[in-house]
Design a protein around this ligand. Structure first.
Ligand SMILES: [Zn+2]
Length: 336
């Protein structure tokens, strides 16, 4: 593929978007996508709510869908948003959990407007070195590409990212890290976690009435300490699906088996969105919304076999979830 700047595709980077979000006390939704239906649902929700949006692609998505196809889908997303009546869509195409300089470079060269380099599993100095290298390449482009870095380790499993235990970000490291690397935003660990099983039952309490798990609260003291060190600097939360229990119940009711799936309560995300947290990553909730709708559809229409029959309610259910997140959790509606 010939080298392309994201501006040619109609995409934007995160720079101005994050500055506005930090000032305005809201967060930009970062939704992962790897299918056409997810892409359509994300664009429909963003246009309907007049929200900026980050469409992100993980290593697993690149493997599943093919990097070239995803890049053209993002270009298609911009055109689709215009067709739906949005004159100036603000859509970011972002690489989620880039694991090497080469992956980041290939995304930047093919038209991504933002990349994450995740050196969080490396020793501190190596994380600094790798992040700095990606930042240098991203920032020297004709059109500035923004870079998200990570300090601290999140627990959980999602695509190729997995860790047994989480380690909170150390507030005493953030100034040194950000000034040495020049990154544009920082993903931190304050108790969120990847996947639909964010916490083990022994980390939670149980609601005596429903028997549902109640997860431990996020470490807002750590977030506050980081904000104090880096006033106004854009902070990112990964692993921030809420694992809506009505979707989990639907899945289980129609033959699924997701016992004790648990996420981050939406009130806590809303509280985080009002702080320097200006990007909140949501992936599992879209998977759950899709699966719940498909399972219910098959249970009610065993005679159906046309994918359009079961993917239409799946797409609608995802869109409903995205709209809900934008309006009720992140507060990014009417910010175009
Ligand atoms: Zn993540």
């Amino acid at each position: 593929m010939k080298k392309t700047s994201y501006k040619e595709l109609g995409l934007v980077n995160t720079k101005a978007m994050f500055a506005k979000a930090v000032k305005g006390g809201y967060a930009i939704p970062a939704f992962n996508f790897n299918t056409m239906e997810q892409m359509q649902a994300i664009v429909q929700a963003a246009v309907e709510t007049k929200s900026p949006v980050i469409m992100q692609v993980s290593k697993g998505a690149r493997k599943y869908a093919n990097p070239t196809i995803l890049r053209y889908m993002a270009q298609g997303a911009v055109e689709y948003a215009k067709e739906l009546g949005c004159k100036k869509p603000q859509i970011v195409l972002h690489l989620d959990h880039g694991d090497s300089f080469e992956t980041c470079k290939s995304c930047i060269d093919s038209g991504f407007s933002s990349v994450m380099i995740d050196g969080s599993s490396l020793p501190y100095d190596e994380n600094v070195k790798l992040t700095k290298k990606v930042v240098a390449y991203a920032h020297k482009q004709k059109d500035y590409v923004t870079v998200e870095a990570e300090l601290g380790v999140l627990a959980g499993v999602e695509d190729e990212v997995q860790a047994e235990e989480s380690h909170y970000t150390k507030p005493e490291e953030v100034i040194d890290f950000v000034s040495k690397t020049g990154c544009d935003s920082l993903a931190i660990s304050i108790g969120t976690s990847h996947g639909a099983y964010k916490f083990k039952p022994e980390q939670c309490t149980r609601d005596p009435k429903t028997g549902k798990l109640i997860p431990p609260p996020l470490a807002f003291d750590v977030l506050k300490a980081i904000e104090k060190k880096l006033p106004g600097f854009p902070i990112v939360l990964h692993g921030s699906s809420s694992v809506p229990q009505d979707e989990v119940d639907t899945i289980n009711k129609f033959g699924g088996k997701l016992p004790d799936a648990v996420g981050i309560p939406e009130e806590q995300l809303r509280k985080a969105a009002k702080s320097a947290v200006c990007k909140i990553n949501i992936d599992s909730d879209s998977r759950l919304a899709m699966t719940a709708a498909v399972r219910q559809h098959f249970a009610e229409h065993p005679e159906h076999f046309d994918p359009r029959q079961y993917l239409t309610p799946a797409r609608d259910n995802m869109k409903k979830m995205y709209v809900h997140k934008i309006m009720k959790v992140l507060g990014s509606n009417d910010k175009l």
